[in-house]
Design a protein around this ligand. Structure first.
Ligand SMILES: Nc1nc2c(c(=O)[nH]1)N[C@H]1C(S)=C(S)[C@@H](COP(=O)(O)OP(=O)(O)OC[C@H]3O[C@@H](n4cnc5c(=O)[nH]c(N)nc54)[C@H](O)[C@@H]3O)O[C@H]1N2
Ligand SMILES: Nc1nc2c(c(=O)[nH]1)N[C@H]1C(S)=C(S)[C@@H](COP(=O)(O)OP(=O)(O)OC[C@H]3O[C@@H](n4cnc5c(=O)[nH]c(N)nc54)[C@H](O)[C@@H]3O)O[C@H]1N2
Ligand code: SF4
Ligand SMILES: [Mo]
Length: 681
């Protein structure tokens, strides 16, 4: 199937369309799309009168050039069945009719022989639209009685902490940061991952506000910061507890606020008590004087705001660290003023949208243990997984313990369906691939988790090839399996009304946006309150305390440092959204290392030597790039690289442990411990 090309010399009129970006990014940009002859040509920020104010003016270059993804050579154009060995990526075209028949028969056979739980749907934030997940897919898999997936690869510890402390309260609007006297950007790299915050922080600084960045590397924002604290990965908890200790001891704690609005104050104070500045300095590797300065500034400033990112959570102490950070504005009394408080995910501002398909109570599989679950019958109770249905995700490229995931996908007795826009690394292991539409080709709803906005999106160009939307395909499968009821939503309009509710759906035009009921810029503890039962902040929630093996706020030192002296982090990069658009990255990705660590290994030769990064989970072979902005002892490979971007046909996940965080059973990508050595050229 080919996409129509204009004939040479033909003048094609462009049409302009307005929509929004649904990708897994906090900003949810309002977009203007230029379509020429049925093809998306240019994509830019929507004009100011149509755009949400946060994203007016500019968008990222990834989406600006999304036509390369839509019409590139990796795009899936029709259903196809595997013809070669698993992993080879050899397929033959089949019809949708054949593909759907095959899925229905494989799912039915598996249920007859092993029970419904032998089918496992695997999805994460690939589409991130509200209509492309937990809609017809939930009807299909839940009513079928499939295993459920704990979608814990990202945000699980942060969500557990935010839920435990505040019942997920709406955060400070990013637009309000310009009014802050002090902003602490903690474990977030908005220059890549939420670009519209960056100019707002610059405005804040121009007005005299101070910027503190807490990150193991000198990010572009850290270079502009008034103070950069460079902790060892996984040690933020020690820093946050040291700040709490000093706030309580030096009179910086707002005891009146705490008496009225908080529980667990004494518990937190007691657990912070051992964390002197000196001890925190030793654990984090941050100079003691810098910790003292951070305390002094935070204690004295108002409005003071903390942007807590997701870089904090991806390690053994992640849940406790996020909880300790989110507790800071309560202890220091920073709420109740515009731009005072914290921002984590703002998705909770729209807590009243969505549809819940009742759960059949089937077993729940933690996606971070995908490799174990697919390869070891003892790793889960109940039947083995026989059918894996992957959509909105690229698990082989994004889950920890990659080699085990690969071995699982390669099992001859496992029927793997991959429903995606492009032939991902996971799709190469599929028995059956199905082509999916993109957010420029189907109806969806984009809910910002940074920007507090809910945007309607619509198809602006015809779907490429035979690509279909998730609801189309899952609705059809549910129908064929006899799982649909007469009152289930079917059309896009019905789904939209079900997800949004009648009133909001009526208010929202096809390319419009709405703000949450708390308003676009809520003030915490004035317009937005904790959703805990008693409306208070719980500084040491008993549920989290019980979940953490040694209790909440207990610090665990890094394991394995003797054999593997370096830490490998794999944060987001500007070129991709997780692994989305990874196929468009030219060349190979390098391993980044501090020059001092390179010198200690004789790798500072200046000619980008080939190296082997390894640990007990696997090895990655690539070139080395010296990066003086990293903390010594910390190395970096990007998140979401496609396998073609390394010599060893894998990525950072091959080195990521499948251990779980203290709270929330999340992924510990940044707990990877590695060694690096030269390879002969
Ligand atoms: N090493 C390392 N790995 C990481 C992380 C890390 O820090 N380090 N971070 C993790 C994080 S934060 C996250 S969120 C996960 C994300 O991991 P994934 O959820 O696997 O995200 P993507 O890699 O973007 O893959 C999403 C896929 O969904 C497809 N898709 C998009 N829209 C649709 C649609 O409407 N229908 C269908 N059927 N498919 C669609 C896209 O084409 C894409 O291939 O990765 C994690 N992986
Ligand atoms: N361009 C782009 N944008 C994205 C994404 C993407 O892949 N690319 N992914 C989207 C998704 S799924 C998510 S979850 C968000 C994530 O966006 P962010 O919240 O920015 O999270 P990360 O990119 O994982 O890491 C942020 C920073 O944390 C630092 N870091 C690593 N370990 C630690 C630590 O232990 N402590 C501290 N203090 N810092 C640490 C890293 O060096 C990095 O600079 O971004 C979203 N936006
Ligand atoms: S990925 Fe983020 S910055 Fe880029 S267009 Fe989408 S919402 Fe905007
Ligand atoms: Mo994420």
């Amino acid at each position: 199937m080919t996409v129509p090309e204009p004939t040479p010399g033909e003048v094609v009129q462009a049409t302009l369309h307005h929509t929004a970006c649904t990708l897994d990014c906090p900003d949810s940009c309002s977009l203007e799309v230029e379509v020429r002859d049925g093809r998306v040509d240019k994509v830019r920020a929507a004009p100011p009168d149509l755009a949400h104010p946060l994203t007016s003016g500019f968008i990222c270059s990834k989406v600006g050039r999304i036509s390369r993804h839509l019409y590139g050579e990796d795009r899936l154009l029709h259903p196809a069945r595997r013809t070669g060995p698993k992993g080879d990526g050899a397929f033959e075209r089949i019809s949708w009719e054949e593909a759907l028949d095959l899925i229905v028969s494989r799912m039915t056979e598996a249920r007859t022989a092993f029970g419904g739980e032998s089918v496992l749907p695997v999805s994460y934030g690939g589409s991130n639209g509200l209509m492309t997940q937990d809609t017809a897919d939930a009807i299909l898999f839940r009513r079928f009685g499939a295993s459920a997936l704990a979608r814990n690869v990202c945000a699980a510890p942060s969500t557990a902490a935010a839920l435990g402390l505040y019942g997920k309260m709406a955060g400070v609007a990013l637009e309000d940061y310009e009014h802050a006297s002090l902003a602490i950007v903690w474990g977030a790299n908005p220059s890549s991952t939420g670009i519209h915050l960056v100019p707002i922080l610059r405005t804040m600084q121009a007005r005299g506000g101070k910027l503190v960045v807490v990150d193991p590397r000198r990010t572009p924002l850290a270079k502009k910061a008034d103070l950069h604290l460079q902790p060892r990965p996984g040690t933020d908890l020690c820093l946050a507890l040291a700040l709490h200790r000093e706030l309580f001891r030096r009179g910086g704690a707002d005891l009146d606020f705490l008496a009225e609005h908080a529980t667990g104050v004494e518990e937190l104070r007691r657990r912070a008590e051992p964390w002197t500045f000196a001890r925190a300095a030793e654990a984090t590797g941050i100079p003691e004087a810098d910790i003292a300065r951070c305390h002094e500034w935070y204690s004295a400033s108002s409005p003071a705001v903390i942007r807590c990112g997701w870089g904090v959570e991806r390690n053994r102490n992640g849940g406790s660290a996020v909880a300790a950070i989110l507790a800071l504005p309560a202890v220091a009394g920073k709420f109740q003023v515009r731009a005072g408080g914290y921002t984590m995910s703002n998705g909770s501002a729209f807590r009243d949208v969505g549809r819940r398909e009742p759960s059949p109570g089937t077993r729940i599989v933690n996606m971070n243990h995908m490799g174990r679950v697919l390869t070891d019958p003892d790793a889960i109770q109940g039947p083995p997984i026989k059918v894996l249905f992957v959509y909105n995700a690229n698990p082989l490229a994004t889950l920890p313990n990659q080699e085990l995931v690969r071995r699982g996908l390669a099992r001859e007795d496992l029927f793997v369906v991959v429903f995606d826009q492009v032939l991902t690394d996971t799709a190469r292991y599929a028995d059956l691939v199905l082509p999916a539409t993109t957010f420029l080709e189907h109806h969806d709803l984009a809910m910002g988790y940074g920007a507090m906005v809910l945007h309607a999106t619509k198809p602006v160009a015809p779907a490429v090839g035979e690509a279909r939307s998730n609801n189309h395909v899952f609705g059809e499968l549910a129908d064929r399996l006899g799982l649909l009821r007469h009152d289930d939503p079917r059309s896009d309009a019905e789904w939209r009304q079900t997800v949004l509710g009648r009133e909001r759906s009526r208010r929202l035009s096809d390319d419009g946006w709405v703000t949450p009921r708390t308003g676009r810029r809520p003030i915490q503890f004035v317009d937005a309150f904790p959703y805990t039962r008693d409306r208070k902040v719980h500084l040491c929630p008993p549920s989290l305390d019980a979940e953490a093996s040694q209790g909440l706020y207990a610090f665990h030192a890094a394991a394995g440092a003797e054999r593997y002296p370096l830490t490998l982090i794999s944060p987001s990069v500007p070129q991709t959204v997780s692994s989305t658009f990874g196929q468009l990255r030219p060349g190979q990705v390098p391993l980044e290392m501090h020059p001092r660590d390179a010198a200690a290994r004789g790798l500072d030769t200046g000619d980008k030597p080939r190296v082997r990064v390894f640990n007990d989970y696997g090895e990655v072979r690539c070139r080395l790039r010296l990066n003086p902005d990293l903390k010594p002892g910390v190395t970096l490979l990007p998140k979401g690289a496609w396998f073609r971007s390394t010599e060893s046909d894998n990525n950072a996940c091959a080195l990521a442990p499948d251990t779980l965080t203290d709270v929330g059973a999340g992924a510990c990508f940044n707990d990877a411990r590695v060694q690096v050595e030269a390879l002969a050229d």
